[in-house]
Design a protein around this ligand. Sequence first.
Ligand code: HEM
Length: 332
Amino acid sequence: MCNNNAMKKYTIFVSLLAIVPLCFVSKAYGQLSPGFYDNTCPNVQAIVRSTVINVIVQDPRMAASLLRLHFLDCFVQGCDASLLLDSSGSIISEKGSKANKNSARGFEVIDKIKDQVETICPGVVSCADILAIAARDSTSSLGGPSWLVNLGRRDSLEASLSGSNDNIPDPNTTFETVLSKFTSQGLDMVDLVALSGAHTIGKARCSSFRQRLYNQNGDGKPDATLDPLYGAGLRIQCPRSGGDQNLVNLDPVTPIQFDNFYYRNLVRSRGLLNSDQTLFTNQASWKLVEQYAGNKELFFDQFVISMVKMGKLFPLTGSDGEIRRNCRRVNK
Ligand code: HEM
Protein backbone atom coordinates (compact mmCIF):
# COMPACT_ATOMS: atom_id res chain seq x y z
CA MET A 1 0.00 0.00 0.00
CA CYS A 2 1.41 3.44 -0.75
CA ASN A 3 1.25 6.17 1.83
CA ASN A 4 -0.11 9.68 1.14
CA ASN A 5 3.32 11.21 0.43
CA ALA A 6 4.25 8.57 -2.10
CA MET A 7 0.86 9.02 -3.74
CA LYS A 8 1.38 12.81 -3.98
CA LYS A 9 4.84 12.37 -5.53
CA TYR A 10 3.42 9.88 -8.01
CA THR A 11 0.63 12.30 -8.99
CA ILE A 12 3.12 15.17 -9.53
CA PHE A 13 5.35 12.90 -11.60
CA VAL A 14 2.45 11.81 -13.82
CA SER A 15 1.31 15.44 -14.23
CA LEU A 16 4.83 16.46 -15.29
CA LEU A 17 4.91 13.66 -17.82
CA ALA A 18 1.71 15.10 -19.29
CA ILE A 19 3.08 18.67 -19.43
CA VAL A 20 6.51 17.95 -20.91
CA PRO A 21 5.24 16.77 -24.32
CA LEU A 22 2.93 19.81 -24.43
CA CYS A 23 5.97 22.07 -24.09
CA PHE A 24 7.55 20.40 -27.10
CA VAL A 25 4.35 20.76 -29.09
CA SER A 26 4.09 24.49 -28.39
CA LYS A 27 7.78 24.96 -29.26
CA ALA A 28 7.38 23.00 -32.52
CA TYR A 29 4.29 24.91 -33.63
CA GLY A 30 5.18 28.26 -32.07
CA GLN A 31 2.60 30.52 -30.49
CA LEU A 32 0.44 31.46 -33.42
CA SER A 33 -3.03 32.91 -32.88
CA PRO A 34 -5.72 34.55 -35.02
CA GLY A 35 -5.69 37.70 -32.83
CA PHE A 36 -1.93 38.25 -32.98
CA TYR A 37 -2.20 41.70 -34.64
CA ASP A 38 -5.40 42.83 -32.89
CA ASN A 39 -3.57 45.59 -31.01
CA THR A 40 -0.56 46.22 -33.24
CA CYS A 41 -2.16 46.22 -36.71
CA PRO A 42 -5.92 45.71 -36.46
CA ASN A 43 -6.54 46.51 -40.14
CA VAL A 44 -4.08 44.09 -41.65
CA GLN A 45 -6.68 41.50 -42.63
CA ALA A 46 -8.90 44.12 -44.29
CA ILE A 47 -5.95 45.43 -46.31
CA VAL A 48 -4.91 42.00 -47.53
CA ARG A 49 -8.47 41.09 -48.40
CA SER A 50 -9.23 44.22 -50.40
CA THR A 51 -6.01 43.97 -52.44
CA VAL A 52 -6.52 40.26 -53.09
CA ILE A 53 -10.09 40.86 -54.26
CA ASN A 54 -9.06 43.79 -56.51
CA VAL A 55 -6.35 41.74 -58.13
CA ILE A 56 -8.54 38.68 -58.61
CA VAL A 57 -11.28 40.69 -60.30
CA GLN A 58 -8.70 41.64 -62.97
CA ASP A 59 -7.01 38.24 -63.07
CA PRO A 60 -8.97 35.33 -61.52
CA ARG A 61 -6.00 32.96 -61.90
CA MET A 62 -4.12 35.08 -59.36
CA ALA A 63 -6.22 33.44 -56.61
CA ALA A 64 -4.65 30.11 -57.54
CA SER A 65 -1.17 31.58 -57.78
CA LEU A 66 -1.41 33.18 -54.32
CA LEU A 67 -2.81 30.00 -52.75
CA ARG A 68 0.07 28.02 -54.24
CA LEU A 69 2.67 30.48 -52.90
CA HIS A 70 1.72 29.64 -49.31
CA PHE A 71 2.22 25.91 -50.00
CA LEU A 72 5.53 26.51 -51.80
CA ASP A 73 6.66 28.56 -48.82
CA CYS A 74 5.53 26.23 -46.01
CA PHE A 75 7.20 23.12 -47.46
CA VAL A 76 10.66 24.73 -47.34
CA GLN A 77 11.98 25.53 -43.84
CA GLY A 78 8.36 26.03 -42.72
CA CYS A 79 6.05 28.99 -43.33
CA ASP A 80 8.70 31.71 -43.06
CA ALA A 81 8.50 33.60 -46.38
CA SER A 82 11.84 32.11 -47.45
CA LEU A 83 10.19 31.69 -50.86
CA LEU A 84 9.93 35.45 -51.31
CA LEU A 85 13.63 36.26 -50.97
CA ASP A 86 15.45 37.29 -54.14
CA SER A 87 19.05 36.19 -54.65
CA SER A 88 21.54 38.56 -53.07
CA GLY A 89 24.80 38.13 -51.16
CA SER A 90 24.83 34.61 -49.76
CA ILE A 91 21.12 34.09 -50.46
CA ILE A 92 20.23 31.93 -53.45
CA SER A 93 16.55 32.41 -54.18
CA GLU A 94 14.07 29.52 -54.08
CA LYS A 95 12.39 31.16 -57.07
CA GLY A 96 14.87 29.33 -59.33
CA SER A 97 13.96 25.82 -58.12
CA LYS A 98 12.51 23.11 -60.39
CA ALA A 99 8.96 23.69 -59.14
CA ASN A 100 9.10 27.50 -59.03
CA LYS A 101 11.07 28.61 -62.08
CA ASN A 102 8.84 30.04 -64.83
CA SER A 103 5.90 28.90 -62.74
CA ALA A 104 5.39 30.48 -59.29
CA ARG A 105 3.71 33.86 -59.65
CA GLY A 106 2.06 36.54 -57.56
CA PHE A 107 5.19 37.99 -55.95
CA GLU A 108 4.34 41.52 -57.04
CA VAL A 109 0.90 41.19 -55.40
CA ILE A 110 2.55 40.29 -52.09
CA ASP A 111 4.88 43.31 -52.55
CA LYS A 112 1.88 45.55 -53.08
CA ILE A 113 0.13 44.27 -49.95
CA LYS A 114 3.32 44.58 -47.92
CA ASP A 115 3.82 48.20 -49.04
CA GLN A 116 0.30 49.09 -47.90
CA VAL A 117 0.68 47.29 -44.59
CA GLU A 118 4.06 48.97 -43.94
CA THR A 119 2.45 52.38 -44.45
CA ILE A 120 -0.05 51.88 -41.63
CA CYS A 121 1.92 49.67 -39.24
CA PRO A 122 5.62 49.67 -40.12
CA GLY A 123 7.77 46.75 -39.04
CA VAL A 124 4.91 44.79 -37.49
CA VAL A 125 3.40 42.28 -39.92
CA SER A 126 5.53 39.48 -41.37
CA CYS A 127 5.60 38.52 -45.03
CA ALA A 128 4.92 34.91 -43.95
CA ASP A 129 1.63 35.99 -42.34
CA ILE A 130 0.66 38.01 -45.43
CA LEU A 131 1.11 34.83 -47.51
CA ALA A 132 -1.13 32.87 -45.12
CA ILE A 133 -3.91 35.48 -45.13
CA ALA A 134 -3.72 35.93 -48.91
CA ALA A 135 -4.05 32.15 -49.39
CA ARG A 136 -7.22 32.10 -47.27
CA ASP A 137 -8.74 35.12 -49.03
CA SER A 138 -7.89 33.74 -52.47
CA THR A 139 -9.68 30.50 -51.62
CA SER A 140 -12.82 32.19 -50.31
CA SER A 141 -12.88 34.76 -53.14
CA LEU A 142 -13.50 32.01 -55.69
CA GLY A 143 -16.29 30.40 -53.65
CA GLY A 144 -14.18 28.20 -51.41
CA PRO A 145 -14.27 27.97 -47.62
CA SER A 146 -12.94 30.58 -45.23
CA TRP A 147 -11.21 30.09 -41.88
CA LEU A 148 -9.45 31.88 -39.05
CA VAL A 149 -5.78 32.25 -39.97
CA ASN A 150 -3.29 31.74 -37.16
CA LEU A 151 -0.80 34.61 -37.12
CA GLY A 152 2.48 35.54 -35.51
CA ARG A 153 4.96 33.94 -37.90
CA ARG A 154 8.23 35.77 -38.45
CA ASP A 155 10.34 35.93 -41.60
CA SER A 156 13.45 33.87 -42.25
CA LEU A 157 16.91 35.29 -42.73
CA GLU A 158 17.72 32.72 -45.37
CA ALA A 159 16.34 30.78 -48.31
CA SER A 160 16.94 27.16 -49.33
CA LEU A 161 17.09 26.38 -53.02
CA SER A 162 18.00 22.75 -52.28
CA GLY A 163 15.11 22.54 -49.81
CA SER A 164 12.75 23.72 -52.52
CA ASN A 165 14.15 21.21 -55.03
CA ASP A 166 13.93 18.37 -52.50
CA ASN A 167 10.67 19.09 -50.68
CA ILE A 168 8.23 20.29 -53.32
CA PRO A 169 6.77 17.16 -54.91
CA ASP A 170 7.34 16.55 -58.60
CA PRO A 171 4.03 15.86 -60.41
CA ASN A 172 5.55 12.96 -62.34
CA THR A 173 6.79 10.82 -59.48
CA THR A 174 4.89 7.98 -57.82
CA PHE A 175 2.07 8.36 -55.31
CA GLU A 176 4.40 6.96 -52.63
CA THR A 177 7.04 9.61 -53.31
CA VAL A 178 4.53 12.46 -53.23
CA LEU A 179 3.05 11.07 -50.01
CA SER A 180 6.52 10.80 -48.46
CA LYS A 181 7.09 14.53 -49.13
CA PHE A 182 3.95 15.20 -47.12
CA THR A 183 4.67 12.81 -44.26
CA SER A 184 8.16 14.23 -43.84
CA GLN A 185 6.44 17.56 -43.12
CA GLY A 186 4.14 15.94 -40.55
CA LEU A 187 1.18 15.88 -42.93
CA ASP A 188 -0.66 12.65 -43.76
CA MET A 189 -2.55 11.05 -46.61
CA VAL A 190 -5.80 12.81 -45.77
CA ASP A 191 -3.93 16.15 -45.93
CA LEU A 192 -2.41 15.13 -49.26
CA VAL A 193 -5.78 14.32 -50.81
CA ALA A 194 -7.53 17.38 -49.36
CA LEU A 195 -4.78 19.90 -50.16
CA SER A 196 -4.45 18.56 -53.71
CA GLY A 197 -8.03 19.83 -54.07
CA ALA A 198 -6.42 23.27 -54.46
CA HIS A 199 -5.99 22.13 -58.08
CA THR A 200 -9.67 22.91 -58.53
CA ILE A 201 -8.38 26.33 -59.63
CA GLY A 202 -5.38 27.54 -61.61
CA LYS A 203 -3.30 26.35 -64.50
CA ALA A 204 -0.35 24.15 -65.35
CA ARG A 205 2.20 24.39 -68.16
CA CYS A 206 2.39 21.68 -70.80
CA SER A 207 5.88 20.80 -69.57
CA SER A 208 4.36 19.67 -66.25
CA PHE A 209 2.23 16.88 -67.77
CA ARG A 210 3.35 16.30 -71.39
CA GLN A 211 4.67 12.80 -70.76
CA ARG A 212 1.12 11.65 -69.96
CA LEU A 213 -0.05 12.68 -73.40
CA TYR A 214 2.62 11.04 -75.53
CA ASN A 215 5.01 8.78 -73.69
CA GLN A 216 3.96 7.90 -70.18
CA ASN A 217 6.14 4.84 -69.63
CA GLY A 218 8.77 5.35 -72.31
CA ASP A 219 6.75 3.14 -74.72
CA GLY A 220 5.46 5.98 -76.92
CA LYS A 221 1.93 5.57 -75.57
CA PRO A 222 -0.27 7.96 -73.58
CA ASP A 223 -1.09 7.30 -69.93
CA ALA A 224 -3.70 4.53 -69.80
CA THR A 225 -5.36 6.20 -66.80
CA LEU A 226 -6.14 9.33 -68.85
CA ASP A 227 -9.61 9.62 -70.39
CA PRO A 228 -8.98 9.35 -74.19
CA LEU A 229 -11.30 12.21 -75.13
CA TYR A 230 -9.81 14.54 -72.50
CA GLY A 231 -6.33 13.44 -73.63
CA ALA A 232 -7.13 14.26 -77.28
CA GLY A 233 -8.12 17.80 -76.28
CA LEU A 234 -4.96 18.19 -74.24
CA ARG A 235 -2.81 17.11 -77.18
CA ILE A 236 -4.28 19.98 -79.22
CA GLN A 237 -3.22 22.44 -76.53
CA CYS A 238 0.13 20.77 -75.95
CA PRO A 239 1.95 19.57 -79.07
CA ARG A 240 4.49 16.77 -78.85
CA SER A 241 7.28 19.33 -78.88
CA GLY A 242 7.32 23.07 -78.31
CA GLY A 243 4.71 25.05 -76.40
CA ASP A 244 6.25 24.16 -73.04
CA GLN A 245 4.79 27.28 -71.47
CA ASN A 246 1.27 26.82 -72.89
CA LEU A 247 -1.20 26.92 -70.02
CA VAL A 248 -4.01 24.46 -69.38
CA ASN A 249 -6.68 24.61 -66.67
CA LEU A 250 -6.12 22.14 -63.84
CA ASP A 251 -9.91 21.81 -63.57
CA PRO A 252 -11.35 21.71 -67.10
CA VAL A 253 -14.96 22.11 -65.89
CA THR A 254 -15.01 25.05 -63.42
CA PRO A 255 -11.48 26.50 -63.58
CA ILE A 256 -12.15 29.70 -61.65
CA GLN A 257 -14.56 28.26 -59.10
CA PHE A 258 -13.23 26.73 -55.89
CA ASP A 259 -15.45 23.63 -55.67
CA ASN A 260 -15.13 19.83 -55.67
CA PHE A 261 -14.96 19.39 -59.44
CA TYR A 262 -11.29 18.49 -59.07
CA TYR A 263 -12.38 15.19 -57.46
CA ARG A 264 -15.32 14.71 -59.79
CA ASN A 265 -12.85 14.99 -62.68
CA LEU A 266 -10.49 12.44 -61.12
CA VAL A 267 -13.31 9.91 -60.86
CA ARG A 268 -13.81 10.35 -64.63
CA SER A 269 -10.05 9.95 -65.33
CA ARG A 270 -9.77 13.66 -66.04
CA GLY A 271 -7.01 14.70 -63.68
CA LEU A 272 -4.41 16.86 -65.42
CA LEU A 273 -1.23 15.98 -63.54
CA ASN A 274 0.05 12.48 -62.84
CA SER A 275 0.07 13.35 -59.16
CA ASP A 276 -3.61 14.26 -59.41
CA GLN A 277 -4.81 11.12 -61.18
CA THR A 278 -2.80 8.78 -58.94
CA LEU A 279 -4.94 9.89 -56.00
CA PHE A 280 -7.78 7.97 -57.66
CA THR A 281 -5.80 5.07 -59.07
CA ASN A 282 -4.06 4.40 -55.76
CA GLN A 283 -5.77 1.92 -53.45
CA ALA A 284 -4.97 3.90 -50.34
CA SER A 285 -6.56 7.18 -51.40
CA TRP A 286 -9.29 6.52 -53.98
CA LYS A 287 -12.00 6.23 -51.33
CA LEU A 288 -11.32 9.76 -50.08
CA VAL A 289 -11.41 11.08 -53.64
CA GLU A 290 -14.78 9.46 -54.14
CA GLN A 291 -16.09 10.92 -50.87
CA TYR A 292 -14.97 14.46 -51.73
CA ALA A 293 -16.37 14.05 -55.26
CA GLY A 294 -19.75 13.27 -53.74
CA ASN A 295 -19.74 15.80 -50.93
CA LYS A 296 -18.37 19.33 -51.37
CA GLU A 297 -18.86 20.25 -47.70
CA LEU A 298 -16.82 17.26 -46.58
CA PHE A 299 -13.99 18.42 -48.85
CA PHE A 300 -14.25 22.03 -47.64
CA ASP A 301 -14.16 20.97 -43.97
CA GLN A 302 -11.05 18.86 -44.48
CA PHE A 303 -9.40 21.46 -46.72
CA VAL A 304 -9.69 24.01 -43.89
CA ILE A 305 -8.28 21.56 -41.32
CA SER A 306 -5.35 20.71 -43.60
CA MET A 307 -4.64 24.35 -44.55
CA VAL A 308 -4.53 25.33 -40.88
CA LYS A 309 -2.22 22.37 -40.24
CA MET A 310 0.06 23.29 -43.16
CA GLY A 311 0.11 26.92 -41.97
CA LYS A 312 1.61 25.75 -38.66
CA LEU A 313 4.65 24.08 -40.22
CA PHE A 314 7.76 25.15 -38.36
CA PRO A 315 7.03 28.87 -37.94
CA LEU A 316 9.64 31.27 -36.60
CA THR A 317 8.23 32.98 -33.53
CA GLY A 318 9.34 35.09 -30.58
CA SER A 319 12.69 36.67 -31.39
CA ASP A 320 13.62 34.18 -34.16
CA GLY A 321 13.97 35.59 -37.67
CA GLU A 322 12.71 39.12 -38.27
CA ILE A 323 9.85 41.17 -39.66
CA ARG A 324 11.14 42.02 -43.10
CA ARG A 325 10.45 45.54 -44.35
CA ASN A 326 10.64 44.35 -47.94
CA CYS A 327 9.57 40.76 -48.58
CA ARG A 328 12.27 40.30 -51.21
CA ARG A 329 15.25 40.93 -48.94
CA VAL A 330 16.38 40.61 -45.36
CA ASN A 331 16.67 43.82 -43.33
CA LYS A 332 20.15 45.29 -43.17
C1 HEM B 1 0.43 17.04 -53.93
C2 HEM B 1 1.53 17.52 -54.42
C3 HEM B 1 1.51 18.63 -55.43
C4 HEM B 1 2.07 18.61 -56.66
C5 HEM B 1 2.86 17.46 -57.27
C6 HEM B 1 1.77 19.85 -57.29
C7 HEM B 1 2.19 20.21 -58.54
C8 HEM B 1 1.78 21.32 -59.22
C9 HEM B 1 2.16 21.66 -60.56
C10 HEM B 1 3.13 20.86 -61.42
C11 HEM B 1 1.49 22.78 -60.91
C12 HEM B 1 1.57 23.51 -62.24
C13 HEM B 1 2.85 24.32 -62.28
C14 HEM B 1 3.18 24.79 -63.69
O1 HEM B 1 3.06 24.00 -64.62
O2 HEM B 1 3.60 25.96 -63.82
C15 HEM B 1 0.70 23.18 -59.78
C16 HEM B 1 -0.14 24.27 -59.75
C17 HEM B 1 -0.87 24.64 -58.65
N1 HEM B 1 -0.79 24.08 -57.39
FE1 HEM B 1 0.06 22.33 -56.93
N2 HEM B 1 1.03 20.62 -56.44
C18 HEM B 1 0.85 19.91 -55.29
C19 HEM B 1 0.21 20.34 -54.15
C20 HEM B 1 -0.38 21.57 -54.02
C21 HEM B 1 -0.89 22.12 -52.80
C22 HEM B 1 -0.76 21.44 -51.43
C23 HEM B 1 -1.45 23.32 -53.09
C24 HEM B 1 -2.11 24.32 -52.17
C25 HEM B 1 -2.69 24.00 -51.05
C26 HEM B 1 -1.31 23.51 -54.52
C27 HEM B 1 -1.82 24.56 -55.23
C28 HEM B 1 -1.64 24.75 -56.58
C29 HEM B 1 -2.35 25.75 -57.35
C30 HEM B 1 -3.46 26.63 -56.84
C31 HEM B 1 -1.83 25.71 -58.64
C32 HEM B 1 -2.18 26.63 -59.82
C33 HEM B 1 -1.25 27.84 -59.74
C34 HEM B 1 -1.44 28.89 -60.80
O3 HEM B 1 -2.32 28.79 -61.65
O4 HEM B 1 -0.64 29.85 -60.78
N3 HEM B 1 -0.63 22.46 -55.03
N4 HEM B 1 0.90 22.29 -58.77
